[in-house]
Design a protein around this ligand. Structure first.
Ligand code: NAI
Length: 332
């Protein structure tokens, strides 16, 4: 098949080339997929897209006009795809449902530990010859209550790590996991979890019901000084409400790997430019905020698994007309 890969970085290329083998002709484009760039897929059977590519109705209509039959996402999340339009246009959408939950789970806990012990501040201080400990006082993870919202693959992997620290793990998910319950996880409603947790960590998908799940009302339920971590999707939290929570001290630490408006920022080197997003710029001013640019998935193991599943989807689609891991409006 002819495959056009959008948002392709050199690091993507090496893993995708290894997985593609000789069965497919692959074209790599650095450009994001947008209504303006969709035309670059001319001649492709398959478009391979990533988290900040726009796979909306306008893009899908343009792709269908070019003869594209499959959109193969190199991600688990598919909130950037208009599945209704895809179904209507007869374009199959496939994703990589699970590649390495541990990659994201370990990054989540890295954010927790860094914020707790002020590693991001200590790094900068020590390089300046400042060995003072003021402002770096942390807390023991052992015995702390951690509320995990969404205990699917990544949430369950986070629970396993936290149990190793001796945390008291609380959870909220419409589908409780009996194995986690056996291991001592207590499921409860969201307001109860928020009011009982020292750390709240988000691992649910972004769907209409979870958009701005953490808003002003939810923050009002949280323990004063609690830590909030989001490595799932930016729009699960209302960023302006979280900024207000940070300013009045309800949120004591904030760790983000995702941001509502990240498409205009993340994955690019913008160090020579002035950031135009004032909300993001405000977040950067807090000493108790640590942001990474959507790198939770970025381990060798996860990149290899993403590339393999992506091409397994494409190869199955070429052979049978069906990808291995299809996502459709009927199943979503
Ligand atoms: P999953 O589908 O295995 O688990 C999601 C869980 O969330 C399910 O158990 C589901 O029942 C639960 N859920 C749904 N609605 C909920 C609600 N309103 N409240 C509480 N729980 C709810 O998904 P997985 O693989 O664990 O991934 C979770 C999310 O992590 C993805 O949707 C994606 O957005 C994000 N992600 C982030 C990455 C990164 O690099 N930062 C990489 C991969 C995924």
């Amino acid at each position: 098949m002819d495959v056009t890969v959008f948002s392709a970085k050199p690091y993507d290329r090496s893993f995708l080339d290894a997985a593609a083998g000789t069965a497919h002709r692959v074209t790599y484009l650095e450009a994001h997929l947008t209504p303006g760039t969709a035309v670059l897929a001319d001649g492709a059977d398959v478009v391979c897209a990533f988290v900040n590519d726009r796979v909306d109705a306008a893009v899908l209509t343009a792709l269908q006009g070019l003869g594209v039959r499959l959109v193969a996402l190199r991600s688990a999340g598919f909130n950037n795809v208009d599945l209704v339009a895809a179904k209507h246009l007869g374009i199959t959408v496939a994703r990589v449902p699970a590649y390495s939950p541990q990659a994201v789970a370990e990054h989540t806990v890295a954010l927790m530990l860094s914020l707790n012990r002020g590693i991001h501040r200590a790094f900068a201080r020590v390089r300046e010859g400042n060995f003072a400990l003021d402002g770096l006082l942390g807390f023991n993870m052992q015995g702390r209550s951690v509320g995990v919202i969404g205990t699917g693959r990544i949430g369950a992997a986070v629970v396993t790590i936290l149990m190793g620290f001796g945390c008291d793990v609380l959870a909220c998910d419409p589908h409780s996991n009996p194995t986690l319950v056996e291991r001592g996880v207590r499921y409860m409603e969201l307001p109860d979890l928020l009011s009982a947790s020292d750390i709240v960590t988000l691992h649910c998908p972004l769907v209409p019901q979870t958009r701005h799940l953490i808003d002003t009302a939810a923050i009002a339920e949280m323990r004063r000084g609690a830590m909030l971590i989001n490595t799932s999707r930016g729009a699960i939290i209302d960023t302006n409400a979280v900024i207000a929570g940070l300013k009045d001290g309800v949120i004591g630490h904030l760790g983000l790997d995702v941001y509502e408006e990240e498409a205009a920022l993340f994955f690019e080197d913008l160090s020579d430019q002035v950031i135009q997003d004032d909300v993001f710029a405000r977040l950067l001013t807090f000493p108790n905020v640590l942001i990474t640019g959507h790198q939770g998935f970025f381990t060798r193991e996860a990149m290899a698994a993403i590339a393999e599943t992506t091409f397994a989807n494409i190869t199955a689609f070429a052979a049978t007309g069906h990808a291995l891991h299809e996502v459709s409006v009927d199943k979503a």
